[in-house]
Design a protein around this ligand. Structure first.
Ligand code: GDP
Ligand code: MG
Length: 436
């Protein structure tokens, strides 16, 4: 998606003035890009129409930097389309009951574990996991494995074939034993069928959950929309969980689902591990779709890993424009502690695109580290002095190419600019950077 958008918006960049034809042409490209990302046709068309109206209303054509304004409009509108604000989760009720729904393989069991872990650590809750997938003994077992991993009790009745009863018994068990959140994992089928729908509708009716979440695999594209609609018609669910957003992002599903069922996306899953869960931020997703990289998340996660002292030092450096390659190297080392490389690399501006087709493993940063190690201390603190001959020397020393060195310098430059803006909290500056 971002390639196409880059191209589309390129038309507008560098032009002091543009014509209405240009705007129309750009929006056509934007629409095509959205369709490519599995946004359905109606949504994409409405989207570009809205942007067009706003563009004309704001006199994009007469502003000094129309490209920037268009990028801002596209981004704002994408954000709006995905719900605008971050939607919270309803934790009322004693206990809070949360029901998972979705097709088999969408990630319900994994997400049940992630959510339990998230609530336990972030919100100091005492969750109970409930195994209502009664068709496969392996499913009950899977939830027990997950529960053991995160230290959360799992309620199951392997002999009982009635999910409604199991769920009700689990809630009674929770009340008696001081659990304040009950997360009910259910069975899914490979495709929507009446038996599954009736079963989950019965469970839903019997336990009256505070939150019914629809879990969907982001990679399934258009199908995700049809499934969402079928489940919503039956359950009138409260929110969507978009899983498997690690790797190559298919942001299209987020846009289509929200616009078709008009329910907020509440969480995203970004990996198989128990901590690969994030609250869904529409604006960040819009950035991600637009190829900006989810820098805000990256910085936040990085900071969770840093000790405070280090974070303060780093902030000072960024503010003073002293963020250098040593700091970058340090960051990479911190980042490496954080688990899935693929997940993290995708968040670095530019890198996601550059490494899209590369099978990323833990060696992904080796080249980058080698390049930085081949720099002199002065080059690390003052990258601006790295001229042609220095580049050649660095490439040779690190066993890479001048092209790779250039790429890293460019990424580094982008990243430090973004970090500086984040510090200033300047949304306006951010938009300017996007226009560039
Ligand atoms: P369920 O049938 O809906 O319960 O789905 P599972 O939770 O068993 O997940 C199906 C598969 O998808 C498993 O192999 C999970 O490890 C994997 N999975 C779930 N969520 C994610 C995610 O966010 N990212 C990735 N990469 N894999 C996931
Ligand atoms: Mg399951």
């Amino acid at each position: 998606l971002s390639d196409k958008l880059d191209k589309a918006l390129h038309v507008l960049k560098g032009h002091g003035s543009i014509t209405e034809v240009n705007v129309a042409e750009t929006l056509k490209e934007v629409r095509r890009a959205l369709l490519d990302a599995d946004v359905n046709f109606k949504t994409a068309k409405e989207f570009t129409n809205t942007v067009k109206e706003k563009a004309l209303g704001q006199n994009v054509l007469t502003t000094l930097q129309p490209g920037q304004l268009m990028v801002k409009l596209v981004k704002d509108e994408l954000t709006e389309l995905m719900g605008g604000e971050t939607a919270g989760i309803n934790l009322s009720g004693a206990p809070t009951v949360i029901l998972m729904s979705g097709l088999q393989g969408s990630g319900k069991t994994t997400f049940s574990g992630k959510l339990a872990n998230y609530l336990k650590t972030k919100k100091t809750k005492k969750p109970l996991l409930v195994a209502c997938d009664i068709y496969r003994p392996a499913a009950i077992n899977q939830l027990h494995v997950v529960g053991d991993q995160i230290g959360v009790e799992v309620y199951s009745e392997p002999e009982n074939k009635n999910p409604v009863q199991i769920a009700q018994n689990a809630i009674a068990h929770a009340k008696q034993n001081g659990f304040n959140v009950v997360i009910v994992d259910t069975a899914g089928r490979l495709a929507i069928d009446e038996a599954m729908m009736t079963e989950i509708a019965n469970v839903h009716k019997a336990i009256n959950p505070q939150e019914t979440l629809f879990v969907v695999d982001a990679m399934t594209g258009q199908d995700a929309v049809n499934t969402a609609k079928a489940f919503n018609d039956r359950l009138n669910f409260d929110g969507v969980v978009l899983t498997k957003l690690d790797g190559d992002t298919r942001g299209g599903a987020a846009i289509s689902i929200k616009s078709v069922v008009d329910k907020p996306i509440k969480f995203i899953g970004t990996g198989e591990k128990m901590d690969a869960i994030d609250v869904f931020h529409p604006a960040r997703m819009a950035d991600r779709i637009l190829g900006m990289g989810d820098v805000v998340s990256l910085v936040e996660r990085a900071q969770e890993q840093f000790d405070e002292e280090e974070a303060r030092k780093l902030q000072k450096k960024i503010a003073k424009n002293q963020f250098g390659f040593d700091d970058f190297l340090n960051q990479i080392q911190q980042v490496k502690k954080m688990g899935s490389m693929k997940d993290l690399v995708g968040m670095i501006p530019g890198a996601g695109k550059a490494l899209k087709d590369v099978d990323i493993d833990d060696d992904a940063f080796k080249g980058i580290e080698a390049i930085i190690h081949s720099m002199t201390p002065k080059e690390r603190t003052e990258p601006a002095i790295i001229n042609g001959s220095r580049k050649k020397r660095i490439a040779k020393g690190s066993g890479t190419s001048v092209q790779q060195v250039n790429q890293l310098l460019k990424q580094f430059d982008q990243m430090s600019k973004m970090m500086k803006m984040m510090q200033g909290g300047g949304g306006r500056k951010m938009m300017q950077a996007m226009g560039r």
